[in-house]
Write a protein that binds this ligand. Structure first.
Ligand code: C5P
Length: 222
């Protein structure tokens, strides 16, 4: 049986996960946040004090980290060595390490298998950097969700402030620019718009507008 696949790619902080979660609920799809898988690998490195710049660390991660994707009701959960992962994968330092680890071929292949296996058995909306280009080239719908770096930084800065985490706008913007640079310029599966993807710049749009715009694209295939 063929399953539905929706791919949403774009840079860090463009709102992909938030939008994908809302779309998943609306169209009864499972939302797979593929960044979370790379973040689990980074968490394993952090918990085991591994230096991710040391090539030996990659083997240690491959031998020791077992990530599982589980469906619980309407939700998708991730576990690392049988422990459910929580907010601890959402820190800036884990995001930064995930971005560095994601440049490695063995790390990407490990995650690629998990992603394709999940898509083979579920109706899915997957968000990431290479979903439309590499992971699911046959996806039914491909979206490239973008926003100006200053706008993404401002949204992230507001989020962090609302969580009571003090931070400085300029350093948030610098982190976003650094992550974009790493993701766009890496050799393997770099962040780029798939040929067939619909490009959406959400800089001047609120969540509701983005949701409506993408819903209109998904609706015909459901
Ligand atoms: O999206 P998120 O910020 O959680 O992703 C963390 C890092 O994982 C990204 O900066 C990117 O380098 C990497 N990633 C990737 N391919 C994906 C998803 C995430 O390389 N499909």
């Amino acid at each position: 049986m063929k399953h539905i696949a929706v791919a949403i790619d774009g840079p860090s902080g463009a709102g992909k996960s938030t939008i994908a979660r809302l779309l998943a609920e609306k169209f009864h799809l499972y939302h797979l946040d593929t960044g979370a898988l790379f973040r689990c690998l980074a968490l394993y490195a952090e918990e085991n004090n591994l230096d991710i710049n040391d090539p030996a660390a990659i083997n240690t991660i491959l031998q020791g980290a077992v990530i599982k994707i589980q469906v619980m009701g309407k939700d998708v959960r991730y576990s690392l060595n049988n422990s459910a992962v929580d907010k601890s994968i959402r820190t800036e330092s884990i995001g930064h390490s995930a971005s560095l680890l994601s440049q490695n071929a063995a790390m990407r292949n490990y995650v690629l298998e998990l992603e394709r296996e999940f898509a083979a058995h579920n109706n899915v909306i997957m968000d990431g950097r290479d979903i439309g280009t590499v992971v699911l080239p046959q996806a039914d719908v491909k979206i490239y969700l973008d926003a100006r770096p200053e706008e993404r930084a401002s949204r992230r800065w507001q989020d962090l402030n609302q969580q009571g985490l003090e931070c400085d706008y300029t350093s948030v913007l610098n982190q976003i620019n650094q992550r974009d640079f790493q993701d766009i310029n890496r050799l393997l599966a770099p962040l780029k718009q798939a040929k067939e993807a619909v490009y959406i710049d959400s800089s001047q749009m609120d969540i509701q507008e983005v949701l409506e715009r993408i819903s209109a694209i998904i609706q015909p295939i459901i």
